[in-house]
Each structure stands twice: as structure tokens, then as C-alpha cells.
Design a protein around this ligand. Structure first.
Ligand code: 5SP
Ligand code: CO
Length: 222
């Protein structure tokens, strides 16, 4: 079962982002957290910065929209060349329509669930999404602790993906370290976002390799 390690640049040195992107070139995707200070109590960056970083990045972008009104903004990230665009279920009035629009532009469509959001309503919609992001922290900030309470939701999702036969990537995001990645992989995740544990490491490439080894050892084939 292929696994993916997607470092989040939220934890990177914003004064040297091109250099920071080079330090994580051995990862799979760059996770880019977009925050609007409405959906979450934090503000990061928007389309102009993402478009310019895409031009210098060694890896494709996995854009995570923690914003209100994703219908207004998500297509622009896809048009700018993002590999995947994930929006929050809690912010969209019609997630299926938005996912179809993202796919029509050529991006992978992802849906994200906050820790308190029930997964059941989305299980019958799995064919509409290329990836499901289970937040393992409350969205808005890096450096938080992994919420093991979200694992039953992830296991339920993994069971539904297995029985559907669909190739939906199961992503976890928040507090992923060498220890917590094992818990998430055992619960069914195959795509892992890691910000602090990568960019706070002395050698991010070594840390990416350690995370990948742990994920590969504990990830189950769906
Ligand atoms: O979306 C978010 C936070 O809202 C995440 O992508 C964080 O950026 C992950 O950072 P760490 O918890 O790994 O430090
Ligand atoms: Co994120």
C-alpha cells in the first residue's frame, strides 16, 4: 500500500520559503495551509503566494483550505496548478458540486472533517472525492497535540473505503510524529501531513525518511 508524507509549510521559515521547499524535496507533496481568520482563528496566505511558490517548488501542492466560502476560492487554486485541493465539509453548502468542479479543472478533490464532525453522512459520497482528510487537531494552528479520539472515525472511514473498493486516500493532519503516525497508520491512514515534526527536526529529510518508514511498516492495504 503506497503511503505519502506531506510536510506542511505552516511550520516552515516564512522568510525563506524557497529554501524550505528544497529541504523537503524527498517528501511526496507539499501541504499548504490556507487560513482566512474566519473559518479558523488564524490567517496565512492566499493565491498570489501559492502561485509563486508553485513555480519554484520541487513537489506538487496539496492545498488545505481552512476558509469560509470555498466555492469562491477553491477553483482558483486548482487553476493555479495545485495537485489536490481539500476544503472543509463544514464550510461548503454542496461538497459534491465543489468536488466535481475541482475534478473538472484537473485537480484531485479532497474533503476535510474537523475532529467533531461525524463521518457517517460522507460515507455514501466517497466516490465523489479523491481523498478524505481527518483532522487530528482542531484546525488553525501547527504544533498541537494529536487527538487519538479521532481514530474511531478514521477506522470507520477506512472500513468504508475498503468495502467500496475505491482508491480514496485517507489523510491525517495535525500532531503527526514518529509515534502518532503509527497510531494513525494502524487505524487506516495512508497519507500523512506533518509540519512541526519535519521542520523542527535538525534534518527534515531524515525525519521524512523516519516518518515514511514508520508509515510503511504500519499501514494496512485497504
Ligand atoms: O491544517 C493544519 C493546522 O490547522 C495542519 O496542516 C498543521 O499545519 C499541521 O502542523 P503540525 O501539527 O504537524 O505541526
Ligand atoms: Co493542514
Amino acid at each position: 500500500m503506497p503511503t505519502r508524507i506531506n510536510p506542511s509549510i505552516l511550520a516552515a521559515d516564512f522568510a525563506n520559503l524557497e529554501r524550505e521547499l528544497g529541504r523537503i524535496a524527498s517528501a511526496d507533496l507539499v501541504h499548504v495551509d490556507i487560513m482566512d481568520n474566519h473559518f479558523v482563528p488564524n490567517l496565512t496566505f492566499g493565491p498570489p503566494v501559492v502561485e509563486r511558490l508553485l513555480q519554484v517548488s520541487p513537489l506538487p501542492f496539496d492545498v488545505h483550505l481552512m476558509i469560509e466560502n470555498p466555492e469562491r476560492w477553491a477553483p482558483g487554486y486548482a487553476e493555479a496548478g495545485a495537485f489536490s485541493v481539500t476544503f472543509h465539509a463544514e464550510a461548503s453548502p454542496d461538497p459534491v458540486a465543489l468536488a466535481r468542479r475541482l475534478r473538472s479543472i484537473g485537480a484531485r478533490a479532497g474533503i476535510a472533517l474537523k475532529p467533531g464532525t461525524d463521518v457517517e453522512p460522507y460515507l455514501e459520497l466517497l466516490a465523489e472525492f479523491d481523498q478524505v482528510l481527518v483532522m487530528t487537531v482542531e484546525p488553525g494552528f501547527g504544533g498541537q497535540s494529536f487527538m487519538a479520539s479521532t481514530m474511531p472515525k478514521l477506522s470507520r472511514l477506512a472500513e468504508a473505503v475498503r468495502s467500496s473498493g475505491l482508491d480514496v486516500w485517507l489523510q491525517v493532519d495535525g500532531g503527526i510524529t514518529e509515534e502518532t503516525i503509527v497510531i494513525a497508520a494502524e487505524a487506516g491512514a495512508n497519507t500523512f501531513v506533518a509540519g512541526s515534526s519535519v521542520f523542527n527536526a535538525a534534518d527534515p529529510a531524515e525525519q521524512i525518511a523516519r516518518l515514511r518508514a514508520a508509515a510503511d511498516e504500519h499501514t494496512h492495504a485497504h
